[in-house]
Design a protein around this ligand. Structure first.
Ligand SMILES: Nc1ncnc2c1ncn2[C@@H]1O[C@H](COP(=O)(O)OP(=O)(O)OP(=O)(O)O)[C@@H](O)[C@H]1O
Ligand SMILES: [Mg+2]
Length: 308
């Protein structure tokens, strides 16, 4: 059984206007996406700014209302649960938020930030709590004295580690990591990504890894879903996405990854031009008569593309 199964998920936001603030239109932030995550897997959700990645993550943990569709966690629809069962299930999914500067409460000490989920879910003595938080804070690479400091006393990378420690407190099964490194500079990015990989086995974690940058998720993800305008346009193993991308938009994202090898730069420039040309001539072929991106169709057991 999949750990997480997202079934034709739609999240629409009403746009209100006019004197009576009536609903005049909808933002179709997420417009019918389906994917599954297996235990121990890292699934990458990748697409440009505004394509609906954060909205998807927030809908999964219940921070956004679901307009249509369902989210099954270990086979159970979270939206249908209530009371104690909901609490028990929802501790198994934690989220690391996009911006390490605003996602931590600036008025709280690290101890209180990291212990907050524990206080919500478990009864621990102050000593047990302190021990647990200190162990986690050390595991994410900060000194034990860090628990008495405030978020502004840390760098961006350190803050993101505090966010990770907080997400780990309840031993979740799934962590939704929303652009966990995009606010950090490149050298720190690698450290945080490596760290996230290190703890994956140790804590038995699955990740839903959200990013706008295919370059970042390349070595991290088992499978990747490419999101465009609230829809999935391609899904496959990391290898399929990088080696044999099929959808125009996926090809575009790949051609945008900077080439590190100077010998291959010229080749990359040509590739980029070819894809830009294809983009101009073929763009309309990827939409149906109503201007909607096609549904995903399987082209192999693991690879699907939104094409006619
Ligand atoms: N609460 C809301 N009310 C109205 N519109 C919203 C709301 N939240 C998100 N949107 C809209 O939904 C769309 C998708 O937003 P979302 O934050 O999911 O994008 P994203 O893929 O995470 O982008 P980024 O890479 O910039 O973080 C955007 O057009 C956004 O303006
Ligand atoms: Mg986002």
């Amino acid at each position: 059984m999949s750990l997480l199964k997202v079934n034709d998920l739609k999240v629409h936001f009403p746009i209100r206007g006019g004197f009576f603030k009536t609903v005049v239109d909808q933002v179709r932030a997420v417009d019918g996406i389906s994917f599954e995550i297996e235990p121990g897997e890292t699934y990458g959700l990748v697409g440009e700014s505004g394509c609906g990645k954060t909205t998807t993550g927030r809908a999964i943990i219940g921070l956004n209302n679901i307009t249509e569709g369902e989210v099954l966690f270990e086979g159970t629809d979270l939206a249908q649960l209530s009371g104690r069962k909901k609490r028990a299930q929802s501790r198994d999914i934690q989220m690391i938020f996009q911006d390490p500067y605003s996602s931590l409460n600036v008025r709280k000490r690290v101890l209180d930030i990291v212990a907050e989920p524990l206080r919500n879910y478990e009864r621990m003595s102050p000593k047990e709590e302190l021990d647990k938080v200190q162990a986690l804070i050390e595991r994410v690479g900060l000194g034990p004295e860090a628990v008495y400091k405030y978020p502004h006393q840390f760098s961006g990378g350190q803050r993101q580690r505090i966010g990770i420690a907080r997400a780990l407190t309840l031993n979740p099964k799934l962590i939704i990591a929303d652009e966990p490194v995009s606010a950090l500079d490149v050298s720190v990015q690698a450290q945080v990504l490596n760290f996230m990989q290190d703890i994956q086995k140790e804590f038995n974690l699955s990740y839903l890894f959200i990013s706008h940058d295919l370059g970042v998720v390349q070595h991290l993800c088992n499978r990747i879903g490419i999101m465009y305008k609230g829809r999935l346009v391609e899904e496959g193993t990391a290898d399929e996405i990088y080696s044999t991308p099929q959808h125009l938009y996926t090809k575009r994202l790949i051609s945008a990854i900077p080439e590190m090898d100077p010998a291959k730069r010229l080749e990359k420039t040509h590739l980029r031009q070819a894809i830009d040309d294809e983009y101009r001539t073929d763009y309309d072929n990827y939409f149906d008569d109503e201007g909607r991106l096609f549904d995903l169709k399987k082209i192999s057991d693991t690879h699907s593309v939104a094409m006619l």
